[in-house]
Each structure stands twice: as C-alpha cells, then as structure tokens.
Design a protein around this ligand. Structure first.
Ligand code: ASP
Length: 439
C-alpha cells in the first residue's frame, strides 16, 4: 500500500507545524511520498512565503535593492531549521537564489523557491530522498502541463524508491526554465505524484476538517462532508469551493485514486473522502451548496423564435465572436437568456448587443446586472422527490425572488439565479431547510 501525502502552507508554517506533520507521516509507513507547500501563515496577518517571494522578486526585476526582503524570507526558513534542530544550512541555496534574482530568472522561478526550500528541509527532517520537481514535472512549449512526459519520467524516477519528497507547485519548461502552476497548485503536484506511483490514497492535509457543506463565511460552523464524488466536487469547486485546487481532481480521477482531505491540527478526524462513486448516501439530500456573485443576464426576445432554426446557435455566436463564455442558457418559447460573467461582459456589452441585432434581429434585448448563481449539489437528489420544491419554498419564505432555475439533466445539481444582495440569505435558507431542520 502506498499513500501520497500533500501538506498545505499552514501545515508547514513553523517548526511546531513541521513536528505535527512529521508525527503524521511517521505514524504510517504507507505515507511514502510527501509533497510540501511553501510555509504559509503562522497567524492571521502573517505573510505567506510565496507572497514574500513575489514581492521580493518584483524589487529585483525593477532593479531595486532586495537584500532585506530576501533576508526576511531566509529568516523564516532558518527559524524552522533551528526549531527542528537540524544540521542543515540553506546559505548556499540563498546565494544562488540571489544571483538568479539579479539575473531576472522570472517570477515563476522566484515563487517556486518557497516549495523547493521547504522540500529540502522536509527531506532532511524525515531522512527521505529529495527530488527537485523541475526534473520530473514538465510543461510544454505553450506552458501547458505535459501529462504524458511527466507521468513517464516521474513514475520511472520514483520506481523502487521507498520514500521521497517532491515539492509542490512547480515544474519546468522544455528550455529548462522553472514554471509554476496557478496559486494553490501544490494540490496538483500531489495528484500528479499519486497517479505516477499508482497510490492507493492521495491524502491532502490542510487546516480544515475536510470539505464543508457551505462556505463558513456565510454559515456559522457548517457541517463537514464525509464522502463526496469527484463530479459533485467539480460542480462545487466551479461555483467557488476552494478547499482543493480544481485542476488537481483530473489526474487522480482518471486513475481512480480516492482523495482524503485531512486536518493537520486534528489528525484523528476522518476528514472528507473524494471518490469516483460510492454506495454511501450523503447524510442529507444535498451534499453541498456553493455560489458566486457577479453575473449578468442577457434576455433576448423574439416572436416565433421557437420555429426559427439555428436561432440558439446564432445567439451564442454573438458571444463567441466577442470571446465571452456563457454560464447558463435557460429558454422559454419566445425568449432565450444567456448568463455571463459581469466583469468579462461589461466592456464588450454593446459589441455583443450589435452582434445580436445583426445575427438574430430580436424584438428586444434586456440586460440585468448584479446577479448571483447558487449551485445546490447532491447525488442524493436523483432519488428524492420534492428537492426543488423544498429549495423554492425555503427561498419564498425568506422573501427571495428567484430569477432563474436550471436543473442539470444528470439531476446532480440545481442552479438558481438571485440578486447579488439576496445571495447570502438564499444560501442560509437552503442550508437551513436541508441541514438544520431537515424537513
Ligand atoms: N505556495 C503556493 C501558493 O501559495 C502553492 C500552494 O501552496 O499550493 O499558492
């Protein structure tokens, strides 16, 4: 049995956190491959090392002095090394980093040093082999992750190794330059490593006890989710769940490796399992609620629209021509509405309107701004009657006007459009009816 264990920045922010992590890894011999993030925040308004590196590199690129900033970063690592009583010095590494910053090695290189250095410390602390991710994780000439090459080289490199530390967040381009994934990308590295070693489980250790049913900034102390499918999580991540990087799902999903989200600060808790499929019913009819503000609806009306072949295609063409992706397209007999991201649409609004006039000659075009979309997701909805009715009566009782309803054909989700100002209240009402009162 083998497990890949990825630890987030707050799990590795200080020597004390490293000790907790060391205990977790040593508790199970199966925890063989470790993917660390860079040191995160130790307290509320602390700064993550990744952000310090970006800031420091900005100075270097502008030709300004960055000695003090680089020294402050080194101090974060030295504090961890001293706290763990390791015989390790990063002095030489920092000489190289300083030189590369002066030679403008790029902000991707700069940011990647956070994970790289933490990986060196982790490997030293655990007595595991250190593998520089630039030598095993690859991007192509367009900067896209090269899954085939990576899988080949990485699985070969890890084959036969009992243990290893592979730092998260970065890899290299064909010309050897370091490139990072998007922010939070160590999750992706963990997933890639899990696939390469055909792990039995990918454990993702963070500072929350798994995935929560709803956003804790909206719901006080929301309950955790025990088991969630990849598809459910994908729907929720798309709508704003941020426990786990969206792009990290695909590699393990393809390989059928379950993900277990765990809490470094409460390691006894089972956390959340993210799986391909399960016979386990979720505790409630719904698995989770997520949402986003900032959408516009473009409502196109035309008499006899329903009999005009190609009408829908031409409507969407007006958006495509302007490089705008759409979210939802609910339609009536003589109306079709297109939901788009407000910030993407705003500057191109009149261009889209004139394209619509040219392509479909509508009777009217009505635009409404400041809308929010809420996704109510759950594999349990398919087998339960009255889910939609419960959602809408909860919203009606809270005086919330529903602007749009869209149920996916898989019956995995119901998407609801409301005014931005009703967003929080709507989520509370839905959480209340399914989780708290359970009626
Ligand atoms: N350290 C990087 C960030 O702050 C990557 C990660 O932690 O996953 O985004």
């Amino acid at each position: 049995m083998s497990k890949v264990v990825k630890f987030g920045g707050s799990s590795l922010a200080s020597a004390e956190q490293f000790q907790k992590v060391g205990k977790i890894i040593r508790a199970e011999a199966d925890r063989r491959f470790v993917v660390p993030s860079a040191p995160g925040k130790r307290f509320g308004d602390d700064i993550k090392v990744t952000d310090m590196l970006y800031g420091c590199y900005d100075l270097a690129e502008a030709g300004k002095d960055f000695k003090a900033e680089l020294q402050a970063i080194k101090a974060r690592y030295d504090e961890i090394i001293a706290g763990l009583k390791l015989k390790l010095s990063l002095d030489e590494e920092f000489v190289i980093i300083e030189k590369n910053f002066k030679e403008k090695a790029g902000s991707n290189y700069a940011a990647s040093r956070g994970e790289y250095l933490n990986g060196i410390i982790m490997a030293n602390y655990l007595g595991f082999e250190f593998i520089d991710s630039a030598t095993v994780i690859f991007f192509d000439e367009n900067g896209e992750f090269d899954a085939d090459k990576t899988d080949k080289v990485l699985s070969e490199r890890l084959k036969g190794l009992k243990n290893a530390v592979v730092p998260g967040f970065y890899g290299s381009l064909p010309d050897g330059k370091v490139k990072t994934f998007s922010r939070g990308g160590s999750d992706i590295t963990g997933s890639i490593v899990a696939k390469a070693v055909k792990a039995d489980v990918y454990e993702n250790w963070t500072d929350a006890s798994g995935v929560l049913i709803a956003d804790p900034r909206i719901i006080d102390n929301p309950q955790g989710i025990e088991v969630i499918t990849y598809r459910e999580l994908r729907e929720l991540s798309y709508m704003g769940f941020s426990v786990f990087h969206e792009d990290a799902i695909s590699p393990v999903r393809k390989a059928g490796i379950p993900i277990n989200i765990r809490n470094t600060n409460a390691s006894e808790e089972p956390g959340t399992w993210i799986v391909g499929s399960t016979c386990q019913k979720s505790k409630y009819v719904i698995t989770g609620i997520a949402g986003k503000k900032g959408f516009c609806s473009v409502n196109i009306e035309k008499d006899m629209m329903n009999s005009e072949i190609g009408f829908g295609r031409r409507v969407l063409q007006a958006f495509e021509e302007n490089g705008i992706s759409f979210e939802h397209v609910p339609s009536g007999i003589d109306t079709m509405t297109v939901f788009v991201h407000q910030d993407e649409f705003m500057h191109k609004e009149q261009k889209v309107v004139s394209a619509l006039n040219r392509l479909v000659k509508p009777d009217t075009i009505d635009i409404e701004a400041d809308l929010a979309l809420i996704a109510v997701v759950g594999r349990g909805m398919k087998a339960t009657r009255g889910t939609a009715a419960r959602i809408f009566s909860a919203l009606a009782h809270n005086d919330i006007n529903v602007k749009m309803i869209d149920q996916g054909s898989s019956e995995l989700n119901i998407i609801i459009g409301v005014a931005n100002e009703d967003f929080e209240q709507a989520i509370k009402a839905i959480y209340d009816i399914f989780v708290l009162t359970k009626i």
